[in-house]
Design a protein around this ligand. Structure first.
Ligand SMILES: [Zn+2]
Length: 64
C-alpha cells in the first residue's frame, strides 16, 4: 500500500496545508473551502510507513 504526504497551496487564499493519504489527490482548502486544490508536491512515505517488522524476527531453521 502506498502512502503520500501531499502539500497544498490554495491559489485563492494562499493558505497552505498538509494531508496524508493513500494516493496523490485533490483536496478542499480548509481555510476558504476552495475545492479541487491540486497538491504542488507529494512525498512518497510508502517506505517510511510500510516497515518490515518481520526483518527483526529471526527465524531459526533447525537442521534435520
Ligand atoms: Zn483557500
Amino acid at each position: 500500500m502506498s502512502w503520500f504526504r501531499n502539500h497544498y497551496v490554495c491559489v485563492a487564499c494562499e493558505g497552505h496545508w498538509l494531508a496524508e493519504s493513500a494516493e496523490v489527490q485533490d483536496a478542499d482548502c480548509p481555510h476558504c473551502r476552495a475545492y479541487d486544490v491540486v497538491p504542488y508536491r507529494s512525498d512518497d512515505l510508502t517506505r517510511v510507513v510500510v516497515r518490515a517488522p518481520a526483518a527483526k524476527v529471526r527465524v531459526k531453521v533447525k537442521a534435520a
